[in-house]
Design a protein around this ligand. Structure first.
Ligand SMILES: CC(=O)SCCNC(=O)CCNC(=O)[C@H](O)C(C)(C)COP(=O)(O)OP(=O)(O)OC[C@H]1O[C@@H](n2cnc3c(N)ncnc32)[C@H](O)[C@@H]1OP(=O)(O)O
Ligand SMILES: N[C@@H](CCO)C(=O)O
Length: 352
């Protein structure tokens, strides 16, 4: 059983920067049924350009016959604030002006994305999450959520993510915004504004999601006599155009800024003391040749979250491997969840 729905938060939604949004829509999908004990919730947080349909974009890990399946679990995934897929975003109508926001949309942070999803959880009557999982920007949300409300999360799974977005990551995002800003249609504020810029931005982003080896494996020329029209060039164009067919430049611009804002130490004693607030049983997974979120960032998370273990995986894809290496991830995560049950049994014996 799957449900696609939108929850509208009718009160003023106060952002971290103090600005307010009215009537925030939160688009979400659920799969399966909440059991009587309300202890089978799997909440997936999506990354930069995905949507609420986790069974579609995380096939292999989510789906019938997969580890996270709707027969056994109540799976929830919500589209993030500012994104293109149904949640309030820069193309939404500003109730004050009656016109789309475009660049009048307020900037927001990862904490705002989490706050919206916490409101949705309250609306759905979810007060206990068996597994909270996310990769990349999804992992940034999951770690923030766990810091603010660890007691409701039994198991936290963080993939290819970090505690603070790095100068390197911010530089990639800024380069993408520079590409969008060279497209004058972006400032015309129309639904398809900035699409040429978005195409270039995705092409830049791809370089951080893939690796040298992946390009050699998939885009190497089979002949030696070419001086132009290279496969790698065609691939960059194709990938840019593919995103433009399903996303908008304004959401992309704002979501990159939200990613830049990610710093679990902001307004708290320190990054480490913020991570220490997480009491959930935690698994951190990194990808060996991830150039955007290098392993050192996941090692840092695992070292400073009290009850955390760390695993690294290999992926020819690099960073995007967290979306693709679902067989390996299924093995690692199912072992982690089995150990989590054992830990619970040991704890029960100790307290009995
Ligand atoms: C409505 C929706 O689609 S919703 C959301 C879907 N997306 C998401 O959820 C975001 C997360 N997903 C992703 O970022 C990506 O889908 C990933 C990382 C999982 C996989 O990326 P892909 O682009 O599928 O893989 P890859 O990098 O191997 O590229 C393959 C594509 O490039 C094309 N391609 C490969 N080489 C070339 C080339 N030299 N020239 C032109 N095209 C090429 C392939 O034909 C293929 O095209 P297709 O996507 O139309 O089938
Ligand atoms: N490829 C991912 C971003 C990488 O985290 C996406 O487009 O959502």
């Amino acid at each position: 059983m799957s449900t696609t729905a939108t929850y509208t938060y009718n009160k003023l939604f106060k952002l971290e920067n103090g600005k307010k949004l009215r009537n925030v829509d939160i688009a979400y999908q659920t799969y399966g049924k909440l059991n009587a004990k309300k202890d089978n919730v799997i909440w997936a947080c999506h990354a930069l350009t995905a949507n609420a349909d986790v069974l579609d974009w995380w096939k292999g890990l989510f789906g019938s016959n997969a580890l996270f399946n709707p027969e056994e679990h109540f799976i929830i995934c919500a589209n993030v604030l500012g994104s293109h897929y149904g949640t309030t975003n820069p193309l939404s109508i500003n109730p004050v002006t009656g016109l789309p926001y475009y660049l009048a949309f307020p900037e927001f942070t990862i904490r705002d994305l989490v706050k919206a999803h916490q409101l949705l959880a309250a609306h759905l009557g979810i007060d206990h999450i068996k597994v909270l999982i996310g990769g990349s920007l999804g992992g940034q949300q999951a770690v923030e959520w766990a810091i603010t409300d660890s007691k409701i999360i039994d198991n936290l799974i963080l993939l290819a993510t970090n505690a603070v977005h790095s100068p390197w990551g911010i530089a990639f995002n800024e380069s993408q915004r520079l590409a969008i800003s060279t497209d004058r249609t972006f400032y015309a504020q129309q639904p398809d504004g900035g699409l040429k810029g978005l195409k270039a931005a995705r092409s830049i982003a791809l370089l951080s999601y893939r690796t040298y080896d992946a390009y050699v494996a998939t885009q190497l020329e089979s002949v030696n006599d070419k001086t132009g029209s290279f496969r790698a060039s065609s691939y960059q164009n194709y990938q840019g155009e593919k995103l433009c067919k399903r996303f908008n430049a304004y959401s992309y611009w704002y979501l990159g800024k939200a990613m830049d804002s990610h710093n679990v130490g902001r307004g708290r004693e320190s990054v480490i003391s913020a991570l220490k607030l997480i009491k959930s049983n935690t698994l951190v997974i990194g990808i060996e040749n991830d150039v955007l979120f290098p392993l050192v960032e996941q090692e840092f998370l695992a070292k400073n979250i009290t009850d955390a273990s760390f695993q690294s995986i290999k992926s020819a894809y690099g960073h995007d491997g967290f979306l693709i290496e679902t067989d390996t991830l299924t093995n690692i995560i199912s072992n982690f969840l089995k150990e989590s049950i054992n830990k619970k049994i040991i704890k029960l014996h100790k307290t009995a």
